[in-house]
Design a protein around this ligand. Sequence first.
Ligand SMILES: NC(=O)c1ccc[n+]([C@@H]2O[C@H](COP(=O)([O-])OP(=O)(O)OC[C@H]3O[C@@H](n4cnc5c(N)ncnc54)[C@H](O)[C@@H]3O)[C@@H](O)[C@H]2O)c1
Length: 435
Amino acid sequence: MKLSIIGTGYVGLVQGACFADSGNTVICMDVDEKKINGLKKGVIPIYEPGLEEMVRRNAQDGRLLFTTNLKTAVENSKVLFLCLPTPQLEDGSADLSRVLSVSEKLAVFINEDKLLVSKSTVPVGTVDKIKQVVRKKTKYDVEVVSNPEFLKEGTAIQDSLKPERIIIGTRNKKAIEVLKDLYAPFVRTGNPILLMSERSAEMTKYAANAFLATKISFMNELSNLCETVGADIDWVRKGIGSDPRIGNQFLFAGVGYGGSCFPKDVKALVRTSQEVNGDLKILKAVDEVNERQKRLLVRKLEHYYKGQLKNKIIVLWGLSFKPQTDDMREAPSLVIMNALLEAGAHVRAHDPIALTRAKALFPKKVEFFENCYDALKGGEALLIITEWNEFRRPDFPRMKSLMKTPVIFDGRNIYDPKTLKEAGFIYFGMGRKAE
Ligand SMILES: NC(=O)c1ccc[n+]([C@@H]2O[C@H](COP(=O)([O-])OP(=O)(O)OC[C@H]3O[C@@H](n4cnc5c(N)ncnc54)[C@H](O)[C@@H]3O)[C@@H](O)[C@H]2O)c1
């Protein structure tokens, strides 16, 4: 099949590579010339395990092409995927300006009947809006479908090659056949392709992210109560997670959720309800709890140092919003670093992959280190922000010898409190004061 991807970011590049890998010819289009020129030379703009090799191989075999020319992308493909950003506007709603303006622009280049597939996360009713702007500009038959994306950064290739489900939002038979055929190689083990209306598909994406964010905020709020009443959230997690009705995933207490999806999608869904005079009380609380949680480690640190963080050397391990990605969008580390700088602390930070992106956001104010032990020198507290694997079994005696004060605030509960105490550290976890 001849496909085009409009918007070659985290979603577009991964999807484009995976579609090319199953034999399709894919043109990845983007307005970012630097990105496209880099991709043409094999430079991958994001860190995603397995992506570089897949992009290079398919580009070399001529199945994966890159362009900044929208006309070329439209004219040479039968199916077009919109993978454009839908960031948050000031009132919390999703910014549809790129999705709608690009749809209008591309419609002019349509030279035969085509399928336009929206992979961007968009509020209910957006596909109808896309249909309107496109159909005004072309005489050809263009079906517009909602096909929300569920990949997770860090495991995006695996998620795309073996998706838990594919959601196709359309009642158009021809569109269903084309997309079923395209996705067939990815659902050979029987994972479902679910057919529903455009609006239900659009809502499903928001419902999934909102539910996952709810789990996180629920556990974070409970972990704070555990700490106050002398329970351990880690035991509570195991205790409830073994109930299949609850499930054992996404129950870890932490420093709050971040990334390019949960924060904006929760807010956008709240906004959607307000637009129809609704009031999603649970999701408003989810967002509020998350905002508070992102500041919790700094509050704990202030409490420990009796409000005196001025000139204290504070070390952060982990900056990306989660492990296995370099994505810094809405990362809790940003809030934490800003709060520490405001309090007058010296911030030293390390991340295995996200340093370049972090440096661009904090020029000069934060000292960044390629090596996690170098970052520790003279540290008066270490904050674990992102649970990268390499932080799980570090050389504790070496860490202790490097730090001025061996204090650890473990924002991800990756260490055993007893082991740390025995190694001579003053240890604070999340919701596990008791044991
Ligand atoms: N990142 C994720 O994990 C994820 C997962 C599921 C769904 N989504 C959704 O998918 C959509 C895309 O997310 P992303 O993370 O890939 O965003 P991204 O910012 O990484 O990528 C978007 C790309 O679109 C390009 N672009 C912007 N304006 C353009 C235009 N006018 N023409 C062509 N290209 C243009 C940008 O240069 C960028 O490369 C969003 O709606 C997001 O909510 C993201």
